[in-house]
Design a protein around this ligand. Structure first.
Ligand code: X2X
Length: 339
């Protein structure tokens, strides 16, 4: 029997098993030696997903079709806290997650979210591509996850609200604000005397629409791509923290890949991260005007009163003790003295 005839017979047997309708899936399974899932919580139109699609295509091409990465954006496979379980168990092979949410498993990964730590992007990238990021990745590795070198940008976070603008820390008093599911976030908004509610991103639009909460905080790129401006009126440019996404892999799935494939995957993912950072930098130049045109009312409060409020509430002292001397001093080394 010729090879092509044998292959054909095998293929038709498999089609029979799958009921015939799965022919495209079959072609894919035959083609790729490894078919891995990459899940994330962001809209399809966010630069992270645009660059991820490009990245997956490049990996497929450069591995000669041996590794296929299927992308599941927009919480299709569950909310962040579910996906964190899946990346640990191997239910998904790749996942991008905010360090602050990952902190439920790897406490040090929340360090970049300390309020008002970073004055600008230059300081962020020096820290996250340097010693501070290296330290965090070491802790993630100890928790038995694989992490790529370059963190992807989420951004400096801004505060939106439905009924009134946030001009200073006093406006946070009693403010019902959605925060991601993460102890640091809840702690910070409690220090502002706000009323934070921990809600996964998958539920944010509807929580704002149904007024379960009055406001939320996220970078402008997400306020735009997740269309949060449709259910919010005001946007205070609070820049209260910088947040990014670590590109994680399940360890067993990663170690199944031959070393030459791993090198291609890591290089391609890290290159995509660099492009995604540049996309967001570019978008940040126009998003203020774009969102204002869509009806969002902007204000730019001074950061000093917010920082003072956190200091007086004991926020910095509390988290310095929680993170410990090593992690905290690496933050201060790159971003300046805090507490
Ligand atoms: O949940 C959020 O607000 C988001 C999308 O910014 C994060 O993933 C932390």
């Amino acid at each position: 029997m010729s090879v092509s005839r044998r292959t054909l017979l095998k293929a038709s047997a498999a089609v029979g098993l799958l009921g015939g309708a799965a022919a495209p899936g079959l072609a894919r399974a035959q083609q790729a030696e490894f078919s891995y899932k990459y899940a994330n919580n962001l809209p399809d139109t966010h630069p992270l997903n645009r660059r991820a699609r490009e990245m997956a295509a490049a990996i497929k091409a450069e591995t000669g079709g041996r590794l296929e990465i299927r992308i599941f954006p927009n919480n299709q496979l569950g909310a962040d806290t579910d996906m964190l379980n899946q990346i640990r168990s191997g239910g998904v092979e790749f996942f991008t997650l905010s360090g602050l949410i990952l902190a439920t498993l790897v406490p040090a990964a929340a360090i970049n979210g300390i309020g008002f730590a970073f004055p600008d992007y230059d300081t962020v990238w020096k820290a996250m591509d340097g010693e501070l990021g290296g330290h965090i990745r070491g802790e993630i590795t100890k928790a038995n996850l694989v992490v790529m070198d370059k963190i992807w940008d989420n951004g400096f976070r801004q505060t939106t609200s439905a009924n009134r603008p946030i001009n200073g820390p006093d406006d946070f008093k009693g403010f019902k604000i959605r925060v991601p599911v993460s102890p640091l976030w809840t702690s910070m908004f409690k220090a502002f005397d706000a009323a934070p509610a921990a809600i996964n991103f998958s539920e944010v639009y509807s929580a704002l629409q149904t007024k379960v909460v009055e406001g939320q905080e996220n970078p402008l790129v997400l306020i735009a791509t997740a269309k949060l401006y449709e259910v919010q009126k005001y946007c205070a440019l609070t820049n209260h923290m910088w947040d990014g996404f670590w590109f994680l892999a399940n360890r067993r799935a990663w170690e199944k890949l031959p070393e030459d494939l791993r090198a291609i995957v890591a290089n391609t993912i890290n290159a995509a991260a660099a492009n995604e950072r540049a996309d967001i930098a570019k978008l940040n130049q126009t998003l203020h005007d774009d969102l204002a045109a869509k009806g969002l009312v902007f204000n730019q409060p001074s950061p000093a009163p917010f920082r003072d409020k956190l200091r007086k509430a004991g926020f910095y002292a509390e988290w310095k003790a929680k993170f410990g001397e090593q992690t905290w001093s690496l933050l201060e080394k790159s971003a300046g003295k805090l507490a």
